[in-house]
Design a protein around this ligand. Structure first.
Ligand SMILES: Cc1cc2nc3c(=O)[nH]c(=O)nc-3n(C[C@H](O)[C@H](O)[C@H](O)COP(=O)(O)OP(=O)(O)OC[C@H]3O[C@@H](n4cnc5c(N)ncnc54)[C@H](O)[C@@H]3O)c2cc1C
Ligand SMILES: *[C@@H]1O[C@H](CO)[C@@H](O)[C@H](O)[C@H]1NC(C)=O
Ligand SMILES: *[C@@H]1O[C@H](CO)[C@@H](O)[C@H](O)[C@H]1NC(C)=O
Ligand SMILES: *[C@@H]1O[C@H](CO)[C@@H](O)[C@H](O)[C@H]1NC(C)=O
Ligand SMILES: *[C@@H]1O[C@H](CO)[C@@H](O)[C@H](O)[C@H]1NC(C)=O
Ligand SMILES: *[C@@H]1O[C@H](CO)[C@@H](O)[C@H](O)[C@H]1NC(C)=O
Ligand SMILES: *[C@@H]1O[C@H](CO)[C@@H](O)[C@H](O)[C@H]1NC(C)=O
Ligand SMILES: *[C@@H]1O[C@H](CO)[C@@H](O)[C@H](O)[C@H]1NC(C)=O
Length: 491
């Protein structure tokens, strides 16, 4: 046992209070061992403390578990000390970036939660137009700091999302039609390996690890810094328009027209069918990388009478901040995500998605405050073609088109967890059957791990053809299986 500091003894009382309250006798001596090992740049927090509550928080509270303690490391060397202690003790742990996963246990743990919030630096290198980004940041914080340089990065589309998890899964952006996925713009990572060694991963150093981190999630270590290539940005056009259910047909027609005719890579849309209790809504999120979209591209959407409309020429940051962060996503909100392997949003697929929205909103009408949303993220068939085949763990193949569909069910009560979880699995299976019946190559479409639930997909379906290579990298960099002590898609 380590020698306790005075501060540790004070927090011990708070920690024991929690243990008694939950009646789960857990041994938190690991927390004190970490507290003794880390430098003054880092802090351990226990239940009842403000920092603990902040560290534990997730976008969906269903993605939270009660941890023994949390730790905010302030340096890569402290991350190294922490991971060595956790690995030696075989203690379950979590790594949390922005906390936006919809999968329980992916960034939460009954053991020790490592919150990376102190990794908050953005360093732009004008000489080569790359940027070093701390893994505790949200995308809008990065966009804001790059704006003065008239540059941005390919990243998240909606406020609140973490840089870390989105990047380590692949990353779909408003700019993906032009530049590819987030991982396609990655230049390098700083990683603390399970051994505690701090290394760089890039095309020059540890290229196999670099490949693995681009979509291979948390299987290889704790990433402390991500370097991305920046891209030019000026004024953009777009925002959001929300229509009521009586505009469903017009919205579907506008969507189908866009999919069939628009080939301009500067244009992107997300059309979502959303039900809140008793009401169907259609949200249309529109984006054009330029101050004025060419005539015709968005006209059909703009013409639909809206209950709320905010479409304008604006900064990229302003456009991202105008997107809704999700209906009812507050501290009491529970929610799950799912997706289906669909290669293109053809009209019959869109019809099936509308049908699923209405079907499941009726089925789940009894569920506490249920919100059902199906978001159709339209990309060009070439979206995965911006980097060579085999250059990243995700996508495991780049030769198909993809509809990164998000199915998101939100609700209020934990007693509904099992029902909602089985519903979202059934709905994805139904859409998979529809796509298959329409002749889409569902077995080849890369399942996006950042949207998928383990109830529907296993890791081999998420990693696909990348799996054998990832397994070799995992054996090389994590022979003791330390990263298996944390949740997520495991190789
Ligand atoms: C409202 C909303 C909008 C979204 N929009 C988009 C979008 O536009 N494009 C898109 O591609 N996805 C989007 N997503 C999905 C998003 O990519 C995932 O939710 C992702 O998990 C978010 O990353 P995070 O850091 O916030 O998550 P977290 O829950 O913190 O982490 C997710 C996973 O990454 C691991 N991880 C986190 N940090 C590290 C690290 N430093 N080292 C190693 N492993 C780490 C965690 O252990 C966990 O398994 C959206 C999600 C939501 C809820
Ligand atoms: C708690 O864990 C430590 C370190 O593994 C061990 O030495 C100690 O005996 C344990 N205490 C209890 C009460 O189980
Ligand atoms: C970019 O420039 C920075 C600062 O000069 C340097 O540290 C970094 O290695 C460069 N990156 C690449 C990929 O050349
Ligand atoms: C950014 O663009 C604006 C508008 O074109 C221009 O006035 C400004 O000088 C640019 N800033 C930089 C750093 O290039
Ligand atoms: C919407 O389209 C469906 C199918 O094409 C049709 O049956 C229905 O009458 C239309 N509804 C409205 C309000 O136009
Ligand atoms: C969130 O989840 C945690 C862990 O399951 C639970 O202890 C807490 O009460 C929940 N908070 C809210 C506001 O529901
Ligand atoms: C609508 O969805 C339900 C549930 O998945 C399915 O059983 C039904 O066949 C679908 N109806 C149509 C017309 O596709
Ligand atoms: C919803 O509740 C009503 C009344 O309790 C019940 O009759 C109905 O079967 C429930 N519906 C579902 C889908 O569970």
């Amino acid at each position: 046992m380590p020698t306790f500091s005075f501060a540790a003894l004070l927090t011990l009382a708070a920690a024991f209070g929690c243990v008694a309250a939950t009646s789960t006798a857990q041994n938190n001596s690991i927390c004190f061992a970490i507290q003794d090992a880390i430098s003054a740049q880092s802090v351990v927090a226990f239940p009842g403390q403000v920092q603990y509550t902040q560290d534990q928080a997730h976008y969906f509270n269903s993605s939270t578990q009660t941890s023994l303690c949390t730790v905010e490391p302030g340096s890569a060397s402290d991350v190294s000390r922490i991971i060595k202690l956790l690995g030696d003790a075989r203690e379950p742990f979590a790594i949390k970036g922005g906390g936006h996963t919809g999968n329980p246990g992916f960034s939460s743990s009954p053991g020790v939660l490592i919150s990376l919030s102190r990794f908050d630096a953005v360093t732009y290198h004008a000489s080569n137009q790359t940027v070093d980004i701390g893994v505790g940041l949200l995308w809008e914080e990065v966009y804001q700091q790059l704006e003065v340089h008239n540059r941005t990065v390919v990243g998240g589309r909606i406020p609140g999302i973490g840089v870390a998890g989105l990047t380590l899964g692949g990353g779909y952006s408003w700019l993906s039609n032009e530049y590819g996925l987030v991982v396609d713009t990655a230049v390098g990572f700083e990683v603390v390996l399970p051994s505690g060694e701090i290394v760089q991963a890039s095309t020059e150093s540890n290229p196999d690890l670099f490949f693995a981190l681009k979509g291979g999630f948390n299987n290889f270590g704790i990433v402390t810094q991500i370097t991305l290539q920046t891209v030019p940005i000026g004024q953009v056009w777009g925002g959001i328009s929300i229509a009521t259910g009586d505009q469903l047909n017009a919205s579907v027609a506008a969507l189908n027209g866009f999919v069939a005719t628009v080939t301009d890579p500067k244009a992107a849309i997300i059309v979502s069918f959303v039900t809140i209790p008793g009401e169907l809504l259609v949200t249309m999120e529109l984006f054009y990388n330029g101050p004025t979209p060419p005539p015709g591209v968005f006209d059909a959407f703009v013409a639909i009478p809206a209950v709320e409309q905010d479409l304008q020429t604006r900064s990229y940051l302003s456009l991202v901040l105008a997107q809704p962060a999700g209906p009812n996503a507050g501290p009491t909100t529970r929610g799950f995500f799912n997706t289906a392997a669909i290669s293109a949003p053809t009209p019959p697929i869109v019809d099936a998605i509308v049908n699923e929205t209405i079907f499941w909103s009726n089925q789940l009408a009894n569920v506490s405050a249920a919100n059902i949303a199906y978001a159709i993220e339209v990309f060009l068939p070439s979206v995965l073609g911006h980097a060579p085949e085999g250059s990243s763990a995700y996508p495991p193949t780049r030769s198909t088109g993809i509809l990164p569909l998000t199915i998101n069910y939100q609700f209020a009560s934990a007693t509904d967890d099992a029902l909602v979880s089985s519903a979202i699995v059934s709905s994805a299976a139904q859409l998979g059957r529809v796509a298959e019946a329409l002749g889409q190559p569902v077995d080849e479409v890369p399942v996006y791990g950042n949207y998928a639930t383990p109830g529907s997909f296993s890791a081999d379906r998420v990693f696909g053809a990348s799996l054998p290579r990832l397994t070799n990298v995992q054996k090389k960099f994590d022979p003791r299986g330390v990263m298996r002590l944390t949740g997520g898609w495991k190789v």
